[in-house]
Design a protein around this ligand. Structure first.
Ligand code: ATP
Length: 299
């Protein structure tokens, strides 16, 4: 669900555009049909006029619906200042992706509040809220459409020049230029198979095109070789400029650039601080760091 969300984010704007692609339309509706967990407020608040949006978690506790399930996230509080970068790291199953899904309102927390620009995210219409978000995930969903079509989902009226510009920023322009059909190359299940890194760069290009002030990144460099990972991080760095960013990862890469790192384990924040502080602290972060650097060859 997380992956498909990224492509359908500009829901309200691109309804018409999606009409030509039956497969895309079906997926779109199935997502709408299966997302009754949250509802729009009767009188939605207008979305903030400013592009600088701080994101705040205030004592958020969440458990997935099933009876008797243990708490997935407990008493989570943190603040990402407008334009700031916060990383969520920690072992598998810690609750990192769940935290991002709460920001997207796939579910609402049972306790606590998530605020955007100081307002509870439940006060906005869902489509408005999601229009403020650029999402890039590990498994990017591509529609059976051309590269152009897949990019335009994010911005239906984007010009040719804008498409090339974001491809360039995502370091994908050379790749697309050498394809015989260029931007008109079909991708997705029935088209050209793109590598993991290419798909992720396409997702980054799409997020750049969407130009959203809030950026949610989930394991975007997973399963990539280190050179591709490096190139991708440079593209990400451009994407993150001036945007409020929440980045989920278990790869501790470029963590010095984060304003704060939250180490989550078993649904709780067990350590928090900047990279150097956390290393010096000698706790879980330090251990994750050591394991990572021992297992991977030096670049
Ligand atoms: P990973 O690094 O492996 O992706 P994560 O830290 O992102 O892990 P989550 O995916 O947030 O962890 O999962 C946290 C816990 O919630 C896990 O125990 C997981 O099994 C459970 N969980 C995740 N999604 C659901 C769901 N839709 N319904 C019920 N439980 C879920």
């Amino acid at each position: 669900v997380l992956a498909a969300f990224e492509a359908i984010t500009p829901l309200a704007q691109s309804f018409g555009q999606l009409g030509h692609s039956l497969a895309a339309g079906e997926r779109l509706f199935s997502i709408i049909d299966t997302a009754p967990a949250v509802s729009d407020p009767e009188q939605p608040a207008p979305i903030p006029a400013t592009r600088s949006l701080a994101l705040t978690f205030e004592d958020v506790t969440f458990r997935y619906e099933e009876e008797g399930r243990q708490v997935t996230l407990a008493n989570i509080s943190f603040h990402v200042p407008a334009g700031g970068r916060v990383a969520i790291v920690g072992p598998s199953g810690a609750g990192k992706s769940t935290l991002l899904r709460l920001v997207m309102r796939f579910w609402d927390p049972q306790e606590g509040h998530i605020l955007l620009a100081g307002q509870d995210i439940r006060s906005f219409a869902l489509a408005d809220l999601r229009s403020l978000m650029g999402v890039v995930t590990q498994d990017t969903y591509l529609f059976n459409d051309t590269i152009r079509g897949n990019l335009r989902l994010a911005a239906p009226s984007a010009t040719e020049g804008q498409l090339w510009r974001v491809l360039e920023l995502a370091q994908l322009d050379d790749f697309v230029r050498q394809l015989p059909a260029g931007l008109d190359t079909w991708v997705g299940e029935q088209g050209l198979k793109l590598s993991g890194g290419e798909r992720q760069r396409l997702a980054i290009a799409r997020a750049l095109l969407k130009d959203a002030p809030l950026l949610l990144l989930d394991e975007v460099t997973a399963n990539l070789d280190r050179l591709t990972e490096q190139a991708l991080f440079e593209a990400l760095d451009r994407l993150m400029q001036g945007r409020t960013t929440l980045l989920v990862t278990h790869r501790l890469l470029h963590m010095e650039q984060m304003d704060e790192i939250l180490v989550v384990d078993g649904g709780r924040i067990v350590e928090r601080g900047r990279h150097e502080q956390l290393l010096a602290q000698g706790g879980l972060y330090r251990r994750l760091w050591e394991v990572q650097n021992a297992l991977l060859p030096v670049a």
